[in-house]
Design a protein around this ligand. Structure first.
Ligand SMILES: [Fe+2]
Length: 248
């Protein structure tokens, strides 16, 4: 399939294509993760062609995201309770190329395992100094960096005595909408890993391990914060398609 759009204003423009999802992703229906039964499509997905919109957006200027957005411990009257941590890593594509200017958004529970959200009625305390949302853009080397507090585990009602391992939710927009990834970062040596149907919905054990951050002594700040490192790989571009000039 050509990626040129013969009918549009970019007639003759050759666009990059982005690889399709790999088998490292969890199946859309995972019976042990009960709510997937309600939202997983019953029929095969219909792949949409990648057009100009999908492979050129989003374009996010640095003026929309401020440095304070990456520090989840600020913006309130006081400091949040919990273990202050720095979370950093690089965003790469599957060809190993850094992805600069990618919008990285995070959301998480507080140190007690409670989200600042009306739907979360877990009887753990809210923290008036922690909302749990942040964002940043990757720098020219593809690096992101957040300051936050380590989230707590929380119960979630999937089955009797179900608890989520501590995690931070991530959403990433790369160079293109077709690179968007929504995922979760976990912390090393969490005793809840063997019991979590979401973590274990990923079939490949090596893919599960790639969701676990590593403790990063080099990034810790003395008397202030511990640190974790976690790299993220988005879809890469496939080989550039070249028109031969004799195509219709
Ligand atoms: Fe969560």
């Amino acid at each position: 399939m050509t990626t040129a759009d013969p009918a549009g204003p970019g007639r003759g423009l050759v666009l990059p294509r982005y690889e399709q999802a790999t088998d490292t992703h969890p199946p859309l229906s995972s019976p042990d993760y009960r709510s997937t039964a309600l939202r997983a499509p019953a029929r095969p997905l219909v792949p949409l062609p990648q057009g100009l919109t999908e492979v050129t957006g989003p374009l996010l200027g640095p003026g929309l995201v401020t440095a304070d957005d990456a520090d989840l411990t600020r913006g309130h009257r006081g400091e949040p309770l919990g273990e202050r941590i720095i979370v950093t890593g690089r965003v790469l594509d599957s060809g190993g190329r850094p992805v600069p200017d990618a919008l990285v958004e995070v959301w998480q529970a507080n140190a007690a395992g409670r989200y600042a959200h009306a739907v979360d009625q877990h009887p753990a305390p809210l923290d008036p100094n922690f909302s749990g949302g942040g964002r940043c853009l990757t720098d020219s080397t593809g690096r992101y960096r957040f300051v936050t507090i380590k989230p707590g585990a929380y119960p979630w009602g999937n089955h009797r005595n179900a608890w989520r391992p501590a995690h931070i939710h991530f959403s990433l927009f790369g160079r293109a909408f077709t690179q968007r990834l929504v995922t979760q970062m976990y912390f090393p040596s969490d005793p809840l890993f063997p019991f979590d149907p979401i973590f274990n919905s990923i079939p490949d054990p090596k893919a599960r391990e790639r969701l676990i951050a590593t403790f990063d002594m080099d990034t810790t700040e003395p008397d202030w914060a511990l640190a974790y490192q976690w790299d993220i790989v988005l879809r890469g571009r496939t080989a550039t398609y070249f028109e031969t000039g004799d195509e219709q």
